[in-house]
Design a protein. Structure first.
Length: 330
């Protein structure tokens, strides 16, 4: 029987975390697992309180740990370190605190890992809209994460992923760049680094995770900002891991080409809302890539919102060395 840890970073989303833990209790798996939640707001402690309330009656062992330093890189580094500190852990699986798995999720990831001998296995991410979405949103790529089954060139995010202990050991001791803790992009930076060190990837389409999508994420403002952040850090990941220091003209040329394509799409189909939203996303990503080349850092996970459960306020700051993240490729 394989032994693993399910890792969940959390920041001011007690309802989402409670839902995730409840659905994890419905897993159909033969693996011996436990759950570790990392609280990234120790002063507030909402996630820690959820664990305290649910752990006694849960099917699996649940523990929590505090990570005082703010940032997604910092909290995920702490989770990986804790996993390696447990000698019998053979694998880790990650989800976010606004996600929940289908019952066969973990077994599908494990089966694909064994079938392909992969170090890292990603799975499908589907949106769970809080309100009835417009037709275009149901197939909008920004809300989904899908690939064909089997060996893969890359996995893009930690929102639904399984990693072997061997790849954690090979890429230790700092997995996620601390400079990206408030910008996002730390996950793709890590996967690009792992690939450079020989990691093998695979995809399990039947390993399905659902993500809660609030009404605010259907607004053009959110779509533009998320796409811009993806582009701004994506450019720097490409320079670091694909093209090298002399790749700026390549990245810039590709970004300008996509920006032109976005403009052409709007001109050709101005009455089709779905096409306009796709064009908006493409344009924002291209602009983000261009600004990223000049060291503009987009801090999507900057100062926390005062609203409970939000915890995400954006800002732009000048800086260097900010690679990307999300459901978009290099």
């Amino acid at each position: 029987m394989r032994r693993g840890l399910i890792l969940i970073p959390t920041f001011r989303r007690p309802q989402g975390l409670a839902k995730a833990l409840a659905r994890l209790g419905e897993l159909r798996t033969e693996a011996e697992i436990s759950i570790l939640v990392a609280e990234n707001d120790p002063a507030g402690g909402q996630g820690r309180e959820v664990v305290r309330l649910l752990a006694p009656g849960h099917r699996f062992e649940i523990k929590s740990m505090d990570v005082a330093e703010r940032g997604v890189s910092q909290v995920r580094n702490a989770l990986f370190a804790a996993a390696l500190a447990t000698p019998d852990v053979e694998f880790v699986a990650l989800l976010d605190d606004d996600e929940w798995p289908e019952p066969q999720w973990l077994e599908e990831l494990l089966a694909m890992q064994q079938r392909c001998g992969a170090d890292i296995v990603g799975g499908t991410l589907l949106p769970d809209f809080a309100v009835e979405p417009p037709a275009w949103a149901r197939t909008f790529e920004l809300y989904r994460q899908e690939q064909a089954d089997g060996p893969s060139e890359m996995v893009w995010g930690t929102c639904n992923v399984l990693l072997t202990r061997a790849i954690l050991e090979r890429t230790a001791p700092v997995w996620f760049d601390p400079l990206l803790g408030l910008t996002g992009g730390e996950d793709m930076e890590f996967f690009a680094c792992a690939k450079a060190r020989g990691a093998r990837f695979a995809w399990a389409g039947a390993g399905v995770m659902h993500e809660d999508v609030p009404e605010s994420r259907l607004q053009p403002r959110w779509i533009f900002r998320r796409s811009f952040r993806i582009g701004s850090t994506n450019a720097l990941v490409q320079l670091r891991w694909r093209y090298g220091r002399f790749g700026r003209p390549i990245v810039l040329t590709k970004a300008l080409g996509r920006l032109g394509l976005a403009a052409l799409t709007v001109l050709r189909g101005p009455s089709q809302l779905g096409r306009r939203m796709e064009a908006l996303s493409l344009a924002a990503r291209s602009l983000g890539e261009i600004t990223g080349l000049f060291g503009l850092r987009y801090r999507e996970y900057g100062a926390a919102s005062a609203a409970a459960g939000q915890g995400r306020e954006t800002d732009l700051s000048s800086g260097r060395g900010t690679p990307l993240a999300s459901k978009a490729g290099l």
